[in-house]
Ligand binder design. Structure first.
Ligand code: PHB
Length: 389
């Protein structure tokens, strides 16, 4: 409470609200070290790729991104970093948040800090309901889990065990998949919620066998746990025993594909972005990532969310003439539509989620390289992202 009061005082003094500042700072919080660091690097590559194409100025103002490292789930540190960025560094926008609890912890300060937050990954629907100053350019779990259930039913899954991480996005994924799959006539035989810290999945595979399921739906946050899960599923031969799998794309991110290897060929996932997406916008995006020193084999959905997030921030800055006016900034991008490297997108005026197509993908080897090839598309539906279902 004390820090919030201090923050309010500083803002009230006018120090942080100068309209004449010629450098507008954006504070980006994400995992730049530790087991999830590839996703923080992806934030940085996406932003740098956007600045390479759009330049570093909007009108007369220079836009500068400053980064803070938040390696894991740590809400207290997330809030402290956000406060420090606003008070000390005078950032006019906040962006980032790989994990939901970190995004949630930042939302209470946004109104007094007069700072919008552009969420670049965290995918629990309710984040944008926590503050009208939140805009999300990544995805929601509903968006990717509803199509996963439809695809599973079409592929002959009848009895599914759902396996999710026991926190916000996992609960959303379990709910969205379960509702859609049972409405389509399927059965959920068991729902497992695993602690975020789980890294040995072999005992889970025995439970899957015991459950009588003919299929698995899984969501875990992209990173070491997802690779561990897939290796355990494939290594225990569950697919050979007729237990199929479908997951959101988080469980098969591009950097993991070489380590999954040939045994993963044919695994299907649903997601809003694959680096294999065939469009001129995606080709240009990947060329820009390459030009700023990004690794094309390690490029993921987090880079695209950051690239589009930077665009949204530039548009907010242009609409407000560089002044600190968070309500006007957010209002200006409501309903905005453009062609992203992932396909056509827009910002839903009511929920501030990004509306986008979701693709059914299959792991394939093309020209000696593994990729998630898009083999089907679920056309964008804005209400996928709504939490109040
Ligand atoms: C989240 O915490 O919201 C989250 C993290 C990683 C993912 C998806 C969602 O891959």
């Amino acid at each position: 409470m004390r820090t919030i009061t201090a923050l309010a005082l500083i803002l009230a003094s006018g120090l942080a609200t100068s309209a004449t500042a010629d450098t507008i700072k954006v504070g980006v919080i994400g995992p730049l070290s530790g087991p999830f660091s590839i996703f923080g690097q992806n934030f940085q590559w996406g932003i740098e790729a956007y600045q390479r194409e759009a330049g570093t100025t909007v009108g007369d103002d220079t836009v500068e991104f400053v980064y803070r490292d938040l390696p894991g789930v740590d809400p207290a540190k997330a809030r402290a970093l956000a406060q420090e960025l606003v008070v000390k560094d005078k950032v006019q926008y906040l962006a980032g948040a790989y994990f939901t609890p970190n995004a949630m912890a930042m939302t209470p300060i946004l109104a007094s800090a007069k700072t919008p937050l552009i969420v670049l990954n965290a995918a629990t629907s309710s984040i944008t309901e926590a503050s009208p100053l939140v805009v999300r350019t990544s995805f929601t779990m509903w968006q990717n889990s509803v199509p996963a259930a439809t695809a599973a039913k079409a592929d002959g899954f009848e009895k599914v065990i759902t396996i999710v991480s026991d926190y916000g996005p996992g609960i959303d994924a379990e709910t969205a998949f379960g509702k859609t799959f049972t409405e389509a006539g399927g059965e959920i035989v068991e729902s497992l919620r695993l602690p975020l810290s789980t890294n040995d999945f072999n005992p889970i595979m025995q439970r899957v066998k015991d459950s009588g399921a003919d299929g698995i739906f899984v969501f875990l946050p992209g990173g070491p746990p997802t690779l561990g899960f897939m290796k355990s599923y494939l290594g225990n031969g569950l697919n050979d025993q007729g237990i199929k799998i479908i997951s959101t794309g988080d469980v098969m991110t591009e950097p993991d594909l070489p380590a999954v290897g040939d045994v993963g060929l044919g695994v299907k996932t649903t997601y809003h972005y694959s680096t294999a997406h065939d469009s001129p916008e995606n080709k240009a995006f990947l060329a820009a990532i390459d030009a700023v020193g990004g690794d094309l084999g390690e490029t993921t959905m987090a880079a695209v969310a950051a690239y589009d997030g930077a665009k949204v921030i530039y548009d907010m800055i242009a609409a407000t003439g560089g002044k600190r006016d968070p309500e006007a900034a957010v209002k200006a991008i409501e309903g905005e539509a453009w062609e992203s490297p992932r396909g056509p997108v827009s910002i839903d005026a009511k929920t501030h989620h990004i509306t986008q197509n979701v693709y059914l993908r299959e792991m394939q080897k093309v020209d000696g390289k593994y990729q998630n090839t898009e083999i089907g598309v679920f056309e964008a539906q804005p209400d996928w992202g709504l939490v109040s279902k």
